[in-house]
Design a protein around this ligand. Structure first.
Ligand SMILES: [Zn+2]
Ligand SMILES: [Zn+2]
Length: 298
């Protein structure tokens, strides 16, 4: 995944507005679309015509002002495949009203879905859980959770059992039994234990809250609002944000494996004190820079 923009509210010299790109095999997810996201997206060389979903947390400008530009640019660059936008109530009206006034140059189908807390978006290989975060306006947090994958394939054992390499191996890998001569070979005799999938939770513009702790349970990566340092904790409370230390407590309580501090206020040119505060509570905290790419494995 690539952190396209890691700042919040307004950009500064170092941080663009929030957007996170996740590549999962051939598929792309984009979480939020702050102003200027299309340029960062291009730099990340993610490909323009892949299966893609954009998840919007809420309708504050810093999270959506990049959306019309993103749609416009994707059309110019030749996207033809459907794109899905998922967000809170109002997201349909947002795109429609921009389109009414500006007339988006649009060359591909857009499907927009308004979702609410408690909903689960299901796909063949993963689920995305939606919960309410705690912000001044309705705001959603998302958790992508891959379904368990088949265990490792024991090629040597398959050979020993007389299964020739080729389509039969594929069948075994996908959990089907195969027939070799008179013998029926079950997939479980050549597959290891099922492997846990990856879980990533995205919770920005939120106070620390129980719904996020619950949905983030056992995340491999929690991306959490860390707008301020402890010294500005009153501000965090007033504006519906979290301090780095509060984010760290959410990571700890949800038993997440890693925490990315995100939505850093523009007032911090050097946000390393925030990282130090978070690490005192939760050692596996990171402070991604814009365009930083990391791999998340289960
Ligand atoms: Zn924001
Ligand atoms: Zn906000």
């Amino acid at each position: 995944m690539t952190f396209l923009g890691t700042g919040g509210s307004v950009p500064n010299k170092f941080r663009n507005l929030p957007s996170v790109l996740v590549r999962r095999g051939p598929e792309l997810f984009l979480f939020d679309c702050g102003e200027g996201t299309q340029r960062q997206f291009l730099q990340a060389r993610a490909g323009i015509n892949r299966k893609m979903r954009i998840f919007i947390s809420h309708l504050h400008g810093d999270h959506v002002f990049g959306l019309p530009g993103m749609l416009h640019s994707l059309s110019f660059m030749g996207r033809s495949r459907e794109l899905e936008i998922i967000g809170p109530k109002g997201i349909i009206e947002l795109v429609a009203s921009v389109n009414r006034v500006v007339k988006l140059y649009n060359r591909f189908p857009i499907r927009i879905r308004e979702v609410k807390s408690g909903q689960v978006i299901r796909d063949a290989e993963y689920d995305v859980r939606v919960v309410a975060a705690q912000h001044g306006i309705p705001c959603l947090a998302y958790a992508i959770e891959e379904k368990p994958r088949a265990g490792w394939f024991d090629a040597a054992k398959a050979r020993r059992l007389g299964v020739p390499e080729g389509p039969l191996w594929k069948d075994l890998q996908s959990g089907k039994s195969v027939q070799v001569g008179r013998r029926r070979i079950k997939s479980r005799s050549v597959l290891g234990r099922p492997r846990r999938g990856v879980k990533i939770t995205y919770a920005v513009d939120t106070r620390p809250c129980a719904s996020v702790i619950k949905v983030a349970k056992d995340s491999d990566l929690l991306i959490h609002d860390s707008c301020f340092s402890e010294a500005a904790s009153a501000k965090a409370k007033d504006y519906g944000h979290s301090t780095a230390e509060e984010a760290a407590r959410v990571a700890k309580r949800s038993r997440s494996r890693m925490l990315a501090l995100f939505h850093i206020s523009a007032m911090y040119e050097d946000a390393s004190p925030l990282l130090a505060e978070a690490r005192k509570v939760f050692r596996q905290s990171i402070l991604p820079r814009d365009m930083e790419t990391i791999s998340v494995v289960a």
